[in-house]
Design a protein around this ligand. Structure first.
Ligand code: FES
Length: 320
């Protein structure tokens, strides 16, 4: 059944471990009806029965209209998202509500790509690689992980594409992380467009190595962002509703607004990954901490994700 937001109740058709702590879910309509279409880089929200919403990249085949696949890493710090998925959705036949696919990380046409994955960040890159292969683009993948056993889909990648295109960089086995600066210098010389998905630290390193590259040559997607305490406090003003609120250290704008009695802001994941809370900025400078906006979008400072991002200025005015 599809609700007014487009979310549908799907069935877990299969659930299989594909690496240490990684569960691959195959989701289908209970009546075998086709699912909403998607493109490489898209994600869906799982609307979990415990009230949490978690976004996962679609890693299956967009040409299969009857199946979605998501790979979920069990986060030892899980606040009830991935732990719930591993515990409650690991049995085929279980039902789960799934939002419509959205894509903030779409693959643009290019002749040469470098894909850089860190850990479970491989998931959005899998359909991108298939698409790049289908257009006969010249692509390379550098896939870094904690250990070979923890790197999902590594065998499939090596089997399908061979070692010439796929470089696996398991830290446990190699004793080091890949030299991203050298890889990106080479990619720049070869005119490659870079798609990178992984943990915050890796994406930051890639973004730093690509500083000054032409617009659109680097696209990134980060894992979950969090509101970390940094000693700052600022005031947020809502232009349309006339409300103002202090946002103390370690609290999100969304939380501060809710505490002040404002309940109109849209949200879903509350961790900077889904884009539902995107809000126009009318004055002040945001401190972006989400995983949704591109570097170029961050620079224009036109919008921000109020569930995780904060302010660099003492005063921020939002279109709410
Ligand atoms: S609620 Fe998902 S990005 Fe803010």
């Amino acid at each position: 059944m599809v609700d007014s937001s487009g979310a549908a109740e799907l069935l877990v058709a299969a659930a299989e471990p594909v690496a240490e702590g990684v569960l691959l879910l195959t989701l289908a309509d209970p009546e075998e009806r086709p699912l909403a279409p998607w493109t490489p880089g898209a994600h869906v929200d799982l609307l979990l029965d415990n009230g949490l919403v978690r976004s996962y990249s679609l890693c299956g085949d967009p040409a299969d209209p009857y199946r979605y696949q998501v790979a979920v890493l069990l986060d030892p710090q899980s606040r009830g998202g991935s732990a719930f998925v591993h515990r409650e959705l690991a049995t085929p036949g279980t039902r789960v509500r799934v939002g419509l696919p959205r894509n903030h990380f779409a693959l643009a046409p290019a002749e040469r790509y470098l894909f850089v994955a860190g850990g479970i960040g491989i998931t959005p890159l899998l359909p991108m690689i298939r698409a790049a292969e289908a257009t006969r683009a010249d692509w390379r993948l550098v896939y870094a992980g904690r250990s070979l056993a923890a790197m999902a889909f590594r065998d499939e990648l090596a089997r399908s594409y061979g070692e010439g295109r796929v470089t696996l960089a398991p830290k446990l086995e190699t004793g080091r992380r890949p030299d991203l600066a050298a890889l990106l210098a080479e990619a720049a010389a070869e005119g490659r467009t870079v798609y990178c998905c992984g943990p915050e630290r890796m994406v930051d390193a890639v973004a730093a190595a690509c500083a000054g590259w032409p617009e659109g040559r680097l696209r990134t997607e980060r894992f979950r962002a969090e509101v970390s305490a940094d000693g700052s406090e600022f005031e947020v003003e809502l232009a349309r509703s006339g409300l103002s609120a202090k946002v103390p250290d370690g609290l999100s704008i969304l939380d501060a607004l809710e505490d002040a009695g404002f309940a109109e802001a849209a949200f879903s994941c509350r961790e900077g990954t889904c884009g539902s809370c995107e809000t126009r900025v009318l004055a002040g400078e945001p401190d972006h901490r989400d995983a949704v906006l591109s570097e170029a979008e961050r620079e224009t400072a036109e919008t921000m994700m109020i569930c995780v991002s904060r302010a660099r200025t003492p005063h921020l005015v939002l279109d709410l």
